[in-house]
Design a protein around this ligand. Structure first.
Ligand SMILES: Cc1cc2nc3c(=O)[nH]c(=O)nc-3n(C[C@H](O)[C@H](O)[C@H](O)COP(=O)(O)OP(=O)(O)OC[C@H]3O[C@@H](n4cnc5c(N)ncnc54)[C@H](O)[C@@H]3O)c2cc1C
Length: 232
C-alpha cells in the first residue's frame, strides 16, 4: 500500500529553551543549574538563546533533546543515518519483522505519470509476491529481504538541538533530496511550535547563515531573501 513520508514529534525536553539558557548562564555564574533554570525570566531565556546562537556558543544547545517518529522509505533512512553526531537512531528490523505486507512511498515524479505509476505498482506487487513465496520456501526474513526495494520503514530518532539545527541546514535546502527535505521541513515546523526562539532562524544555510554554499548549483533563494532584506 502507498504511504506518505512523515515525521511526528514524540517527545522533547521540558521547557527546551530554558535548559539552553541555564547552561549558558551557568558558565558565568556561581549558582547551580537548577536554581538558574528556575530563576530566569522568560525574557532572559529568549535573550540568552538568541545570544548563544549568534555567537556560536552552541554546545549549550546540546542539553535539549527532541525525539521523532519518522516514516519514510529505506532510500531516505539511509541518508538520515549518515548524520553521526548528537543523534541516536532505532529502526524497525527486517530480520525480526516480516515484510509480507510492506508499504511503500511513491516518488512524486512517478505519482504524476499514470503509466510510470502503473509500472511501479506492478513491480511492487510482484516483489511482494516473490517475498511471500520465499518465506513459504522457509527462507528467513533476513535473506528474503534481499529482493526488497525501498519499502517503508519506521525509525525513532533523537537529536540534541545543536545537531537538529545542523540537520535542518543540510536537509531543508532545496538542493537536498525531496523525501528527506519533506521530512526535515515537517520536523522544523514541529519544533518551531515548541521552541520558537531556538529554531527561529533554523533551516537551509540561506536562512540560518545568510549565504548559500551551493555556488553555481544555488536554487536562487538567497537572492530572493537578500532582495527582501533590501526592501526593508
Ligand atoms: C545535498 C546532500 C548531498 C549529499 N550527497 C552525498 C553523496 O553523494 N555521497 C555521500 O557519501 N554522502 C552524501 N551526503 C551526505 C553528507 O556527505 C554527510 O555524510 C551527511 O550530510 C552528514 O553530515 P555531517 O557529516 O555534517 O553530519 P555529522 O556526522 O552529524 O557530523 C557533524 C559535524 O561533525 C564534524 N565531524 C563529524 N565526523 C567527523 C570526522 N570523522 N572528522 C572530522 N569532523 C567530523 C563535522 O564538522 C560535521 O559537519 C550528502 C548530503 C547532502 C545534504
Amino acid at each position: 500500500m502507498e504511504v506518505k513520508p512523515r515525521a511526528e514529534l514524540v517527545n522533547y525536553t521540558d521547557e527546551p529553551e530554558r535548559n539552553v539558557a541555564a547552561a549558558a548562564r551557568l558558565c558565568h555564574s556561581p549558582k547551580g543549574g537548577s536554581q538558574l533554570r528556575e530563576e530566569m525570566s522568560s525574557r532572559e531565556v529568549e535573550r540568552l538563546v538568541r545570544k548563544v546562537i549568534e555567537m556560536g556558543h552552541t554546545s549549550t544547545l546540546e542539553h535539549t533533546y527532541f525525539y521523532f517518529h519518522i516514516i519514510c522509505s529505506r532510500v531516505t533512512s539511509h541518508q538520515l543515518v549518515r548524520q553521526r553526531i548528537g543523534v541516536s537512531y532505532s529502526q524497525r528490523s527486517q530480520r525480526y519483522v516480516s515484510e509480507d505486507d510492506f508499504d511503500y512511498i511513491i516518488p512524486p515524479t512517478i505519482a504524476r505519470n499514470e503509466q510510470a505509476k502503473k509500472l511501479y505498482k506492478e513491480k511492487m506487487d510482484s516483489l511482494q509476491e516473490t517475498y511471500r513465496n520465499l518465506l513459504k520456501e522457509e527462507i528467513p526474513p533476513e535473506d528474503a529481504r534481499f529482493i526488497l526495494p525501498a519499502v517503508k520503514t519506521n525509525l525513532m530518532v533523537s537529536y540534541n538541538a545543536r545537531s537538529l539545527r545542523h540537520f535542518f541546514e543540510l536537509r531543508c535546502c532545496n538542493r537536498s533530496q525531496w523525501e528527506i527535505r519533506t521530512i526535515a521541513r515537517q520536523m522544523l515546523s514541529l519544533v518551531q511550535k515548541k521552541a520558537p526562539v531556538l529554531f527561529e532562524n533554523a533551516g537551509a544555510p540561506c536562512v540560518s547563515r545568510g549565504y548559500c554554499p551551493e555556488d553555481d548549483f544555488s536554487c536562487g533563494r538567497i537572492d530572493e531573501l537578500n532582495s527582501r532584506e533590501g526592501d526593508n
